[in-house]
Design a protein around this ligand. Structure first.
Ligand code: M6R
Length: 364
């Protein structure tokens, strides 16, 4: 059932090129999108003035990326909140708000409570969910199914990537309904989305290199992941993946925060993973990498193919295919998942069932 792999986690990581297409299938066409499970009227959709995204764990990280996707393309304000905070803060929501619940299982107790809170305040609700017929799908006004297939590993991998794809689809959908995105822009975004699967496959084929880099974590007990803008949440996700399956302490930071505290952690046996792919803040991240190197920190960079120069300031470089910044989280998270997997595996840990964790958190 593990299809020849040692663990479900690595099997599921390797499914991701296919999952991207499965999430797109039936929803995304040449220049438009169709989502059958969204039953809100066009008028209701046009009325949306503000979006809230509510989720836990890795799904929350998808929501943080979603904020960038939706705000950058649609210029609609988006707030993202951890469900356990949202549900108890008496959130300010009106009937012009859309509350999006992201959950692989569709059963997470806090996320479900967030949905009920939003409904009681008159907001429209939408689930981005993987499990068909789950509790959240039954109670929300609409659902986008992510079609990732069953995820067995406790560490979420393919579900995360499918949630990101669903968020791009939602952005296209709202952009069309609210007349914000031109047909040309939609067409362009769709054509770029369709290229992602192949790019992900390239990284999966590069697994052996990533496994080698995992050796840099052999005697390490603390690490940091950094990134900016749309990749700041990917730094958080990289840190979560590593800590939950390898039990190595890992922090995730927007890299501009380095000087505000975390740079004090840097020493020879403290690796930092920096997401330094092409972006409008590339130079800024590069400066951060230099600052770490200057303090003798071990630095592993995720860089765009062709960026030879970054090797001069890195202990190891993981190259990923070039992609527009908007889509880069889908690409950049893959090497981080593989890295965590091999670090945990080399420590002989139970990767699929890490201690103290459950796949579905149905109690607070
Ligand atoms: O089923 P959900 O997406 O609602 O689950 C949310 C979190 O419990 C989940 O993402 C958790 O953080 C994973 N173990 C992360 O790998």
């Amino acid at each position: 059932e593990k299809g020849g792999y040692d663990h479900f986690m690595i099997k599921e990581i390797h499914e991701q090129d296919r999952v991207i297409n499965d999430t797109l299938r039936g929803k995304v066409f040449e220049d438009n999108v169709k989502i059958d499970e969204i039953t809100m009227s066009d008028e209701e959709l046009q009325n949306i003035h503000k979006i809230h995204i509510v989720a836990c764990g890795t799904s929350w990280h998808a929501g943080l990326v979603g904020k960038y996707i939706l705000e950058q393309e649609l210029r609609i304000p988006v707030e993202v909140e951890v469900a356990s905070e949202f549900r108890y803060k008496n959130p300010i929501i009106s009937n012009k708000d859309l509350v999006i619940l992201i959950s692989q299982s569709g059963e997470t107790a806090d996320t479900l409570a967030g949905l009920r809170e939003a409904k009681s305040k008159g907001a429209k609700t939408l689930g981005i969910l993987n499990v068909v017929g789950s509790t959240i799908s039954r109670e929300a006004d609409g659902t986008i199914y992510t079609n990732a297939g069953p995820e067995i590993g406790v560490a979420s991998t393919k579900a995360f990537v499918s949630q990101l794809i669903a968020l791009y689809i939602l952005m296209l959908f709202l952009g069309e309904k609210k007349n914000i995105l031109s047909k040309e822009r939609r067409k362009y975004i769709i054509s770029e989305l369709k290229l992602l699967s192949k790019k992900v496959k390239t990284i999966l084929n590069n697994e052996k290199n990533i496994e080698k880099i995992a050796k840099l974590f052999e005697n390490v007990n603390s690490t940091m992941f950094i990134g900016r803008n749309i990749n700041a949440p990917i730094a958080l996700e990289g840190a979560l993946k590593l800590k939950e399956i390898s039990y190595i302490h890992a922090e995730g930071y927007p890299s501009g925060e380095l000087k505000h505290g975390p740079i004090a952690l840097i020493h020879e046996n403290f690796p930092t993973v920096a997401i330094a792919t092409k972006s409008h803040t590339y130079e800024k991240v590069k400066n951060n990498v230099e600052e770490i190197k200057a303090r003798s920190g071990t630095i592993i960079t995720i860089a765009s193919e062709g960026d030879e120069k970054i090797q001069d300031i890195s202990d190891a470089v993981l190259y990923v295919p070039d992609t527009e910044e908007l889509f880069s989280p889908v690409i950049n998270v893959i090497p981080l998942q593989i890295l965590s997997y091999y670090v945990a595996k080399s420590r002989g840990l139970d990767v699929d069932k890490p201690r103290n964790l459950a796949k579905s958190v149905t109690v607070e």
